[in-house]
Design a protein. Structure first.
Length: 63
């Protein structure tokens, strides 16, 4: 899990980026729902694993 950093900043005024894994992002929408967006399959798998460890109360969807 390299290239991981956690930061919260607004993007497009509708969501907040919680973590980035290469080209994949874990984002929180205004509604409070979490999604994994972008990246390759391996990067999305890393994001899903991170979410299960550190945001276990969330069940992220993906676009």
């Amino acid at each position: 899990m390299k290239n991981r950093w956690t930061v919260a900043f607004p993007l497009d005024g509708e969501l907040e980026v919680l973590a980035v894994f290469g080209g994949s992002r874990v984002v929180r929408l205004r509604s409070g729902r979490m999604e994994i967006r972008g990246g390759e399959a391996s990067e999305r798998a890393e994001a899903r694993e991170w979410t299960s460890l550190f945001c276990h109360e969330a069940l992220p969807g993906s676009r």
